[in-house]
Design a protein around this ligand. Structure first.
Ligand SMILES: Nc1ncnc2c1ncn2[C@@H]1O[C@H](COP(=O)(O)OP(=O)(O)O)[C@@H](O)[C@H]1O
Ligand SMILES: [Mg+2]
Length: 534
């Protein structure tokens, strides 16, 4: 986060003069004090005097002027305890702990210095006779300095409170639930969103409560919390089912302030549902594109079947000649029919494989199998002007993944490649054609880590075409939802978004090279499956 500076108000700057209250029933005390302090300034600001002559009047003035900096307070006025009562009134009833109070007494025996200074919240105690002009000056300036320091402290306390409130509002405005727990797993602070994850009723504030009691699903992540506490590392747990919700959990250490863990809970249920719907839409689009290719082949096969069948029909209708009919011809036609039916069945099987549902299941799979399955579908459904070349350099490419979605990812890339070599060249079919080269390779850790994958190594699936290629401008937009340079009937602009999503979900990385007029290559890096991490 960027460091910022806050422009907080500064109460010292707002002060125009230092208000000094002289509370004394002796008129001369007022005159002398003002005479001595005449023209005195403190920090460039003048002193302003207010005079009161009785306890009652003093209380009123103090109540009305909470910004009085210092009081020169006579102990004995209408009663022998007037001054003492006023101190209590100021500190306890008005709650004003800021104003500096200097006792001035003409009768020290009445209110002994030691007792008064111990029992009353005052700042200085002076006998009137001891207060020479110089001493009065020193006492008042020292008192004002003290008042100024308190003002600054108070201001900085207020600014800290404001800052806390500021961050509180920022955090509360997020959709995430955030809380901090201490090393005994007790909740210290939390945002209201956290309450949405509490399944059983809890009475009162959850502050200071044990996280495992309030949010039992965290018991499964005690190991993670302990690890964050011990190693000060950050951990993430994605797609955790909690009741009917799915959440992402992030655990971060709070090193600077004791041993604590910040936990973020993000409800991703709606997001996943939307993604699932988008995935479904995209799949429908992909299947219909592939099916259109298959239909062409299907029609050819059906043509073959009906040709052979009508020949048989023609021959069997002429019963007289039946015996004359060449048995070879008869069986040849039947054979043609069953071959065609077999081919059609094969085709429909491949199409059917696309209709597998979207439920993803991450398990150990062989990328080579996924690649073969996807190319098999393409062989029957892509435009026949496109040659398909498959190069598998590692037969056993184990990754942790979901074959359905990886197949969907490959098919999307294959369709794009095929389009780049056909319809994207224009309507003139004589210009159509090219080679789609699909390669599966192993790359060691050094190569893979360049792409931000931290594993022992990984597999690279390359899908390269000799099609129209992409301009830099197009390349910059291809992952935007609904970006497509194709006719409406040929593309919806969701394919590459889906490809990117699937790769992200597998902790992989996509690298694209493309040159207009030459072709494009999409390379997918996927981390190797490491059994020890299971
Ligand atoms: N292999 C490729 N060669 C050239 N352009 C491509 C290739 N793959 C994708 N594109 C460009 O990226 C755009 C977005 O692709 P995609 O998200 O799959 O949507 P769609 O295929 O529905 O247009 C395409 O419209 C096309 O302009
Ligand atoms: Mg596409």
């Amino acid at each position: 986060m960027k460091k910022m500076s806050f422009d907080f108000e500064n109460s010292e700057q707002q002060i125009k003069s230092w208000k000094i209250l002289i509370a004394d029933d002796e008129l001369e005390m007022h005159t002398i004090t003002k005479l001595v302090l005449n023209n005195v300034t403190f920090l460039g600001k003048p002193l302003e005097f207010i005079s009161t002559y009785s306890g009652k009047q003093t209380r009123e003035i103090i109540r009305e002027n909470p910004d009085i900096a210092l009081i020169l307070l006579d102990v004995v006025m209408e009663s022998s305890t007037s001054g003492l009562d006023i101190v209590k009134y100021i500190r306890e009833e008005l709650g004003n702990s800021l104003v500096r109070i200097i006792f001035r007494t003409g009768m020290p025996g009445n209110a002994p210095e030691r007792e008064v200074i111990n029992d009353y919240d005052i700042n200085d105690y002076k006998e009137k006779t001891e207060l020479t002009a110089a001493k009065l000056y020193t006492t008042v300036i020292a008192g004002l300095r003290n008042y100024r320091d308190l003002l600054i402290t108070r201001q900085s306390e207020r600014n800290t409170e404001k800052l806390m409130l500021y961050f509180r509002h920022v955090i509360e405005s997020m959709l995430s639930g955030v809380m901090v727990i201490d090393s005994d797993y007790n909740i210290e602070i939390y945002t209201h969103q956290v309450l949405d994850f509490i399944s059983s009723p809890v009475t009162g504030d959850i502050c200071t409560m044990n996280i495992f009691k309030v949010l039992p699903f965290f018991s499964d992540y005690k190991k993670e919390i302990d690890e964050v506490l011990a190693n000060q590392c950050r951990l993430e747990k994605m797609m955790i089912p909690v009741g009917k919700k799915i959440v992402n959990l992030i655990f971060c250490p709070l090193k600077e302030i004791g041993n604590r863990v910040v936990i973020r809970v993000d409800d991703v249920t709606a997001l996943i549902e939307k993604e699932r719907q988008l995935m479904y839409l995209q799949k429908l689009e992909m299947v219909s594109t592939l099916a259109a290719g298959v239909v062409h082949d299907f029609n050819n096969i059906l043509g073959g079947i009906s040709g052979a069948a009508s020949l048989l029909e023609f021959q069997t209708e002429r019963r007289d000649d039946l015996i004359l009919m060449n048995a070879c011809d008869y069986y040849e036609n039947l054979g043609l029919i069953s071959k065609a039916v077999l081919k059609a069945t094969e085709l429909s099987k491949k199409l059917l494989s696309l209709s597998k549902d979207n439920i993803s299941e991450m398990k150990c799979i062989n990328l080579a199998d996924v690649l073969v399955a996807a190319t098999n579908v393409c062989k029957v459904s892509l435009n026949h002007s496109v040659k398909i070349k498959t190069i598998v350099n590692c037969e056993n490419a184990k990754i942790k993944g979901d074959s359905n979605s990886l197949e969907q990812m490959l098919l999307n890339l294959f369709i794009n490649a095929s389009h780049a070599m056909t319809i994207m060249r224009g309507d003139d079919k004589s210009l159509w054609g090219g080679t789609l080269t699909v390669t599966l390779d192993y790359k060691n850790a050094d190569v893979v880590s360049e792409f931000g994958i931290q594993t022992d190594g990984g597999y690279v699936l390359s899908v390269a075409d000799t099609g129209v290629g992409m301009s830099e401008e197009t390349k910059g937009k291809i992952f935007e939802p609904f970006f497509s340079t194709k006719k409406k009937s040929d593309g919806t602009g969701l394919g590459l978004l889906m490809v990117q999503n699937i790769i992200n979900g597998h902790g992989g990385f996509l690298d694209i090279k493309s040159q207009p007029g030459v072709g494009s290559e999409f390379r997918i890096y996927l981390p190797i499956y490491e059994e020890k991490s299971e």
